[in-house]
Design a protein around this ligand. Structure first.
Ligand SMILES: Nc1ncnc2c1ncn2[C@@H]1O[C@H](COP(=O)(O)OP(=O)(O)OP(=O)(O)O)[C@@H](O)[C@H]1O
Ligand SMILES: [Mg+2]
Length: 498
């Protein structure tokens, strides 16, 4: 049976100052079809969907949506026509409740008086239909990322979307949450929803996608049914080369203990004790609410401890503030890029230098030449796709913003670097580069605490791993014990034995 074409784009072109983001891109999506859109960081994926959604106009090319030629000039217009987007950086309003966010698009109507009772009841019904067990009066800021995403999808369904676009929806989710999301996509697809799914995780597209399109430097390099594609082939198309080994070989870690935590306790963690050796990569895994994220922040002075202590190189590390930790050579790459990681409206160079000014002995005056040198060094080392060191970070693609954050922390030459989801939103090719850089750093004596929800990354990179459960350290897995089963077993409160 022929299904109806929902979206047809032809010859789309988009130029930004100094960057041709898209040239001659065409695509077709049918009702009930899931199209996986792949490509390196900066390939043009988000730009393409912003054009569909009326956030940015194309320079040339045509778009037919739901049978009509369209040229959406603002996102509300696109939304009303049936295009719903869950963006790479989530857009719900943190200080409003779940229900308020649900109906936020209707607030604009001046003549409508809010009926709170009705609003809560309707919100409850929408959540129930979507199979979500979330309190409608909960503040968005109290929801985790998976909940926020599911809420945005539920809202799209409620608003009768015909095309749902998900821009890297799984980059911040754990294994279980990803499975849930993929189920949601399958359910919507069965109801005839067309879906465009952008992701850097190749393994998750095969179970849900019907077709796949790969962009490279703004040009379509492949567009075919998923059945005709293989993972290796797609990776080569994306990055323009074959990738044999994702993870560098693990060497011996014979270094002395550099950091020792004992009885570390606060509102989120209790009695956490571990040692970190020089040159070691210590993985940290936990499900939502296990305290794994808070452990990282506690070690960087973001949350006060109520008991316990931490020693760095035999001397107490006072966890009073991030500044105090930076001064001792501890760096921290946060998980929430937009809120915690970067100053969006500043240039690449300014962002790169921020932690360096906190380092003892660093000149307190802004030095434009040094800024340029530092920025250019990391732009080259991390292959950051940017026009120049003076580009405003906001205009970089998501993955390239992440690389800027990594660069600014590597610049302080930390002794210990705590990474929270270091490769979130980073493409496969760049991941390989980053893993190599981390491994080289370890060889030079830097120690890494790597909090990650990506199992393959944890298993591929960690020398040992801490698994957290309900605020406590459930077990420490040695290198040869790092298997998916053991990690998961410990994360849900088991012993970590298979
Ligand atoms: N508003 C803007 N101003 C200037 N350049 C921009 C703007 N938006 C995007 N670009 C540039 O266009 C190119 C494509 O960016 P886009 O965000 O579409 O990439 P992407 O494929 O989504 O990458 P990622 O996987 O990192 O999210 C990049 O070089 C980016 O820097
Ligand atoms: Mg993007």
């Amino acid at each position: 049976m022929e299904t109806k074409v929902i979206l047809e784009m032809e010859n789309i072109t988009k130029q930004f100052p100094g960057v041709k983001a898209l040239s001659g891109v065409s695509l077709t999506v049918h009702e009930g079809e899931v199209l996986a859109l792949l490509g390196e960081n900066g390939a043009g994926k988000s730009t393409l969907i912003k054009i569909i959604a009326g956030v940015q106009p194309q320079d040339s090319g045509t778009m037919i949506f739901d049978g009509q030629e369209r040229h959406f000039t603002d996102p509300m217009q696109a939304k009303r026509a049936g295009v719903s987007v869950v963006y790479q950086e989530l857009t719900n309003v943190p200080l409003l409740t779940v229900a308020e966010n649900m109906f936020i698009n209707q607030y604009g109507d001046k003549n409508r008086v809010l009926n709170w009772k009705k609003m809560y009841a309707e919100a409850r019904e929408i959540l129930q239909n979507a199979g979500l067990d979330i309190d409608v009066k909960k503040l968005i800021s109290d929801c985790n990322i998976a909940e926020k995403q599911q809420l945005e999808i539920a809202r799209a369904v409620y608003e009768n979307a015909k095309l749902l676009i998900l821009d890297e929806p799984t980059s911040a989710l754990n294994t279980r949450e990803i499975a849930q999301l993929l189920d949601t996509i399958k359910r919507l697809k069965a109801q005839g929803m067309a879906v465009i799914l952008i992701t850097h995780k190749m393994d998750e597209i095969f179970p849900v996608a019907d077709s796949v399109m790969v962009l490279r430097d703004g040009v379509t390099v492949a567009s075919k049914p998923i059945g005709e594609a293989t993972e290796d082939e797609l990776i080569s198309l994306m990055v323009g080369r074959e990738i044999k080994n994702m993870y560098p070989p693990k060497g011996e870690v014979g270094g002395e203990v550099i950091l020792r935590a004992e009885g570390l306790t606060n509102a989120s963690i209790r009695d956490v004790r571990f040692e970190l050796r020089r040159g070691e990569i210590l993985g940290v895994y936990g499900l939502m609410g296990s305290g794994h994220l808070e452990l990282g922040k506690t070690l960087f002075g973001c949350f006060p401890k109520t008991a316990g202590h931490v020693e760095l190189e035999g001397r107490e590390l006072r966890l009073t503030s991030p500044k105090a930790c930076i001064e001792r050579g501890v760096a921290f790459l946060p998980g929430e890029r937009k809120d915690e990681g970067i100053v969006q409206i500043q240039t690449v160079a300014v962002n790169m230098m921020i932690p360096s000014y906190e380092k003892p002995g660093s000149p307190k005056r802004i030095d434009a030449r040094r800024e340029r040198q530092v920025a250019n060094k990391w732009i080259e080392k991390l292959a950051i796709k940017t026009n120049s060191h003076q580009t405003i970070v906001e205009t970089l693609s998501g993955g390239n913003q992440q690389k800027v954050i990594l660069g600014k922390w590597l610049e302080i030459q930390p002794k210990v670097i705590i990474l929270n989801e270091p490769t979130r939103g980073i493409d496969v090719g760049a991941k390989v580069e980053i893993y190599k850089i981390l491994k080289d750093m370890c060889r030079d004596g830097v120690s890494v605490i790597m909090i990650t929800s990506e199992m393959p990354e944890l298993i591929g990179m960690a020398d040992r791993a801490l698994v957290m459960h309900e605020g406590a350290l459930q077990c420490v897995l040695q290198r040869d014990e790092l298997t998916e089963n053991r990690i998961m077993s410990a994360a849900i409160g088991g012993t970590g034995n298979e």
